[in-house]
Design a protein around this ligand. Structure first.
Ligand SMILES: [Zn+2]
Length: 67
């Protein structure tokens, strides 16, 4: 059981929770490979989840239909 962050309803015990990412931030991951002269920086850009909300089945369905 959980509270839906969209409609505020307390869900049924068996209702499925859907997490929706509402905000992401670009994140740069840097990894140093090797040492000294042979040093190389490997840069990877990824998305980090900043905020997630819980959706009930009804709201999850609505969200899916909006797309
Ligand atoms: Zn809801």
């Amino acid at each position: 059981m959980f509270r839906c962050d969209k409609c505020g309803r307390i869900t049924d015990p068996r209702e499925k929770l859907t997490k929706k990412t509402v905000l992401t931030r670009e994140r740069v991951y840097q990894q140093v490979i090797g040492k000294g002269y042979y040093e190389k920086v490997n840069t990877t850009v990824g998305n980090e989840i900043v905020k997630e909300i819980n959706l009930c089945e009804k709201c999850a369905l609505e969200e899916a239909n909006e797309k």
